[in-house]
Design a protein around this ligand. Structure first.
Ligand SMILES: Nc1ncnc2c1ncn2[C@@H]1O[C@H](COP(=O)(O)OP(=O)(O)OP(=O)(O)O)[C@@H](O)[C@H]1O
Ligand SMILES: [Mg+2]
Length: 421
């Protein structure tokens, strides 16, 4: 009766599960949920569970006035050895426990469709969970494996995410091709260069077809952080002057603003000491209006909603030349016009890093542009115009293909059943 296998792409921003029918050798459907967990302040509101996942996590969190614990980009804690556990509603959760909640949600939805408890899955992993540290990488994979076990999977194999993406692309080609795949997600950018052959689809061992894999810890979240730094923090009083000692005018510490550039770093401000410091700067800045926005942001947990506005601006700029960065909440009023040129300037450093990494990757694995027959770009961040331009300028004569940016990896993982062979 064990007829199905799941391909699971646990992503920084979105997680997807493809249901593969092993008899018919085809995918039945693919489910996607945003990788978000919300524990309401009053757990009863989430009954029968004590948490909410995905889209509902966002709506419940916003309806609750941004109280409780809202967890985003949870994948990034997998490799963080300093993260041991967190207490929520008087229970302890380690990294695997949290990740398991998302896997469980996907599994329950898929089991509902196929009508039985399927315990077999190919789970994706980025080429590097973190910047090239083997220890952290092993830790991350061990934690992910444990999460799969907690979620009820007993037969698990791992596959590199960009190889998953490549297999999804292989389904669409007619002849052999050497392909460079770039999967640009929320957290990481992964590359793989491999030989695809439609005649090989589903064959037992594909190891010899994989020529090179690599990756870098830059993705959509990095672009949003860069935007917050450049266009966001000035609205929150970066460069505010204060005078605690008469005659000695100083600028408030820049580190405060580095901390509001990644949404999860904002927890840093939960300490009492730092709250007192912020009040002092505010007082000695003679109640600077913009610095007050920083206090409002922190005291009211507005980080997530602010980053939603930043992401909206980015997404709009993927298909129009101008957008607005607009945010209006509790006396914080932002309404700036942002052109694509301005946006490109903001993300230029990250684009450069990806470009430099790509060169290193090709050099290291001795891949020449003329050895590449086609490019396959996938992941949400592949829609950013500067990213597209990076590839079209770097490889002007090579055709660029794309598939479903949010499903390719999960589908290709589901086509990786050979790993059980
Ligand atoms: N139209 C768009 N233009 C630009 N960026 C976009 C667009 N749509 C989504 N994104 C960005 O794509 C990212 C999510 O992409 P994706 O779902 O591929 O990532 P992920 O698989 O969750 O992450 P990772 O693979 O790094 O773990 C987010 O940063 C999101 O803001
Ligand atoms: Mg991904």
């Amino acid at each position: 009766m064990n007829k199905f296998l799941y391909g699971i792409d646990f992503g920084t921003t979105n997680s997807a599960l493809s249901i593969f029918d092993e008899e018919k050798k085809e995918i039945i459907t693919t489910i996607i949920v945003p990788s978000l967990i919300y524990f309401p302040q009053d757990p009863a509101t989430a009954a029968p569970l004590n948490y909410v996942i995905g889209e509902q996590a966002i709506s419940a969190y916003l309806e609750d006035g941004m109280k409780g614990r809202f967890i985003k980009s949870i994948k990034q804690i997998l490799s963080r050895s300093s993260f041991i556990e967190t207490r929520i509603q008087n229970k302890r959760y380690n990294a695997s426990d949290l990740v398991a909640l998302i896997l469980k949600d996907l599994k329950a939805k898929a089991d509902e469709i196929i009508g039985y408890d399927c315990q077999k899955a190919v789970i994706g992993r980025p080429v590097f969970f973190d910047d090239d540290s083997t220890l952290k990488d092993t830790l991350a994979q061990t934690r992910l494996n444990k999460a799969a076990e907690i979620a009820g999977f007993t037969e698990v194999r791992f596959q590199f995410e960009p190889i998953g993406a490549a297999f999804a692309y292989e389904k669409t080609i007619k002849k052999k091709e050497k392909v460079l795949v770039a999967d640009l997600g929320g957290g990481t950018t992964d590359f793989t260069y491999l030989a695809l052959d439609p005649a090989q689809v589903g064959s037992k061992d594909r190891r010899n077809d994989m020529i090179a894999t690599g990756g870098i810890y830059i993705g959509g979240d990095s672009l949003d952080s860069a935007f917050m730094w450049d266009k966001g923090t000035p609205h929150f009083g970066k460069n505010t002057l204060y005078e605690a000692t008469p005659g000695k005018v100083l600028t408030v510490p820049i580190s405060l603003f580095a901390n509001i550039c990644s949404w999860d770093q904002m927890n840093f401000f939960n300490g009492l000491r730092i709250k007192k410091d912020l009040q002092d700067y505010y007082y000695y800045s003679k109640n600077d209006r913009k610095f007050k926005n920083l206090l409002t942001l922190i005291d009211n947990n507005l980080g997530y909603s602010l980053f939603q506005a930043i992401e909206k601006t980015k997404i709009e700029l993927s298909d129009q030349p101008v957008s607005r960065f607009a945010y209006s909440n509790m006396e914080i009023e932002i309404d700036d016009q942002i052109s694509i040129d301005q946006y490109d300037a903001v993300i230029q450093k990250d684009i450069k890093k990806i470009s430099v990494y790509l060169d290193e990757f090709m050099l290291k694995h001795e891949i020449k542009a003329e050895d590449i027959d086609s490019l396959f770009l996938t992941g949400g961040t592949s829609m950013v115009p500067a990213i597209k331009a990076l590839f079209s300028e770097r490889f002007p004569h090579i055709p660029v293909n794309s598939g479903d940016n949010f499903q390719s990896v999960a589908k290709g993982l589901a086509y990786s059943g050979y790993l059980f062979g």
